[in-house]
Design a protein around this ligand. Sequence first.
Ligand SMILES: [Ca+2]
Ligand SMILES: [Ca+2]
Ligand SMILES: [Ca+2]
Ligand SMILES: [Ca+2]
Length: 333
Amino acid sequence: MTHLTIAHAPTPRPLTRTKLERRMLRRLAGVFACALLAGCFDPGSDEGGETSASSTGTGSGSEAGDASESGTTTPASGGTSGGEMSGGESTGSMPDDTGGDTGSTSGTTSGSTSGSESGDDPGSESGEGTTGCTQSDWYPDADDDGFGDPAGPVVSACEAPGGYVDNGDDCDDSTEFRSPGVVEICDGLDNDCDTALDEWSALNPSCGECEMQFQAGSAYSYCLGTDNASDAEAECALKGASLVKIESQLENDFITAAATELGLGDFRIGLELDGETWVWTDGAVMTFDAWRPGSPDSGDDCAELDTDDSGLWNDIPCSTTTSTIGWICEGTP
Ligand SMILES: [Ca+2]
Ligand SMILES: [Ca+2]
Ligand SMILES: [Ca+2]
Ligand SMILES: [Ca+2]
């Protein structure tokens, strides 16, 4: 015990300290201050501080440290020593240094970090843009009907830009009354974008000179007029159809019944003479027929269905134009 008392006996305090001692004390004070300041011992900041202090921090941070230290140090030596000591030289310079370090660190690291971050972010973003998602083509949808203009301009992106959709299926991007899914009506427009004009639909049983029905999987149009065969075929084509192709007695019967209701006796059908062979307008050779007995007997090259004769067929000139002969179209709705 006695020995301990002796060991802790106060030693005389020197009246003066050397410059080295003062600097060492300040260093200790700085270290102590660092202990109070969380993050002071952050290896990252230390390294950053040292790195930045030795590089970019020597300018401002070291000069501030020099000024607080002696005020007489030359900028050159102060730059070096201040830079080296700025990390823990004095509490007064610590915040500045820390700030300076942090600033320069963040300036440096943020230069490099933000450089790398900004390099990473755009890189990753652009990477995501190019590799993180699947880019698709997007079409403008000016009429907001969910169908885009196939004429574009097409935009490639991960997600749909505003006003763009994933298809180019609109046949008219200026009106929502023309798009796939719209029910066809009799208005002189192809409402459902299937290229057929005013064809049969649940809302279009009659249009212009034609009455229309859907039966047995086909849409039939019974049209009144004076068209010759080629004009009638052209009218049918507008509806996406052709002059009717009759392939069974059942079909001939319900067509006859429907045509009879229109009060016209004769309707062109899609049968033409090709040399010595009767063929349908699609080129198929006739396999079913309902010729009137003795017909064909006129040497004509087209055929009609005669509702006044139980729907039997008669040969007529393709070129005939008469108000007593209409035509029947058949198409797939
Ligand atoms: Ca559209
Ligand atoms: Ca449209
Ligand atoms: Ca149509
Ligand atoms: Ca229409």
